[in-house]
Structure formats: structure tokens, C-alpha cells
Design a protein around this ligand. Sequence first.
Ligand code: 48H
Ligand code: FE2
Length: 258
Amino acid sequence: MVLNEVTISKAIISKYMEELIDNTNLDVAIAGGGPSGITAGYYLAKEGFKVALFEKRVSIGGGAWGGGMMFNKIVVQEEGKKILDEFDVNTERYENNYYVADAIEMITTLASKACKSGLKIFNLINIEDIVIKNKKISGIVVNWTAAEMAKIHVDPLVIKSKFVIDATGHDCEVVKAVEKKLGPVLNTETGRIVGEKPMWAEKGEKAVIKNTGEVYPNLYVAGMAANSVYGSYRMGPIFGGMLLSGKKVAELIRERLL
Ligand code: 48H
Ligand code: FE2
């Protein structure tokens, strides 16, 4: 077979464009491909909803790749282990209720299962703003990460979505965009982003589940972003809360979509 470089280029361009167009009208748009975003995407896609995840970096996995201080292991507790079991990620018991997993195995397995369940992942795309109509979120505003990095003024495109999940981690970028544009309209104590508290693993892990929810009409927050928005503690490299938060947000949105 004689390989034609132009055919290879055309295959990539046409397939990508086809999928991008197919994902311009979504049930759920997920901002951020860390463990909470991927988990949410997996459960929603498995239910048959039209869901796409947008990740600004080249690789998904967020803060999980480096484990704790670049020792690429993560810890989960009993409840978190149950989710890793569902995904078939190996865990090893460490003392009573602690389980250790390989960070690389966890991310690659979550990502693989999520893609196979029907989640469409777009990398290298930054969610820079949101669409708000009649005091409700109705879409996301996207642009190439490269455009943002190069600081070149290129106008973005819009993806329509019934629900949006901010799973952008510590920076809670989507919620930040809402606050910047509309002021104190959030479903928090102050109406604004309260800001993350220092390290307290036990409190942080409990809070992240509780904080997972709707922060503005049709905008949900999950994972570390939930603790930043509601002003709760950080928890360090224990990831059960991220997985459980991803599952919880999927369940909450599922109820709204049925
Ligand atoms: C598109 C974006 C944008 C944007 C950011 O940080 P993450 O891993 O987030 P979580 O919440 O799934 O997991 C948090 C965990 O990694 C962590 O940091 C923990 C447990 N910390 C505890 C502690 O004490 O520090 O992933 C977020 C992802 C990243 O991949 C970003 O690149 C991406 O979101 N992202 N994607 N558009 N505007 N902003
Ligand atoms: Fe972190």
C-alpha cells in the first residue's frame, strides 16, 4: 500500500470536525479532565446522555498523575475503593481503611472506561466563558488553549449545553467566570467564591461530597472546585472524595435529565 500524506491529513481533519459539530449541542458539558470530571463523564455517558469533556491541557488526569509530591501513588478510603473496584483499578490495602492505587493506572483506566462508555473528550480546548440566558447557564464558550497561551485575540466558539459541570480543580474557573460577570449570584454563604481552606484531610474529604451540587442554575460544581467555591479544607493526595464527587454530580444531573 502506498501511503498518501494528504489522505492522512484529510482523515484527521474530517473526523475531528464531524465529532466537534456532533458535540455542539449537549446534555452535559464538563470543564476539566481531572479525576472528578472523568468520573462524572463516565457515569453520565454510561446512562446514554450526550456528554463531552473539555480539557485545556494536552493530557487529561489533572492533578492525579503526580500522586503526592511526585510519588505517583494515590490513597483512597473504603468508599473510594468501591468506585475503583467498579472501574477495575487495582488497590492494595494499607493499614485499616486506607488503600493505595497507582496514579498512572487509575487515570489511564478511568479515561479508557469513560471513552468506551461514550464520553467524548476534547483536549487542548479551554473553557473561557459561559453562556447565561434568563439567569440560567445554557452553554460554554470555548477557545484553543494555544490562543490563550499566545495571548492572541481570537474570538471563541460556543457549545450549547443543558448542564455544565465545573470540574476544573482548585481554580474553579467556570464558577469564577460567572462571579466575574455577574457578581454575588452563587449559591454560597456570600454569593461569591468563598476560597479554599488549608489542609485537613478528614474535613476536606467529607466536605467535597457535601459541596458537590448546583452552584448557579444549571451549573454544577464537582471535585476540588467544589471545596474552593464553598470554602472548605483541602485534603492532599487522597482521591476518594474526587471519585465520589464525580459520581454524585452525575447522579444529580441524571435526575434532572430524566
Ligand atoms: C478546560 C480546564 C480549565 C478550563 C482547568 O485539578 P484536577 O485534577 O481536578 P479534580 O477536582 O478532578 O481533582 C483534584 C485533585 O487533582 C487535587 O488537586 C486534589 C485532590 N488536591 C488536594 C490538595 O490538597 O491539593 O483537574 C482539573 C482539570 C485539569 O486537567 C485542568 O487542566 C483542567 O481541569 N482545567 N479545562 N477549561 N478553563 N481549567
Ligand atoms: Fe490539589
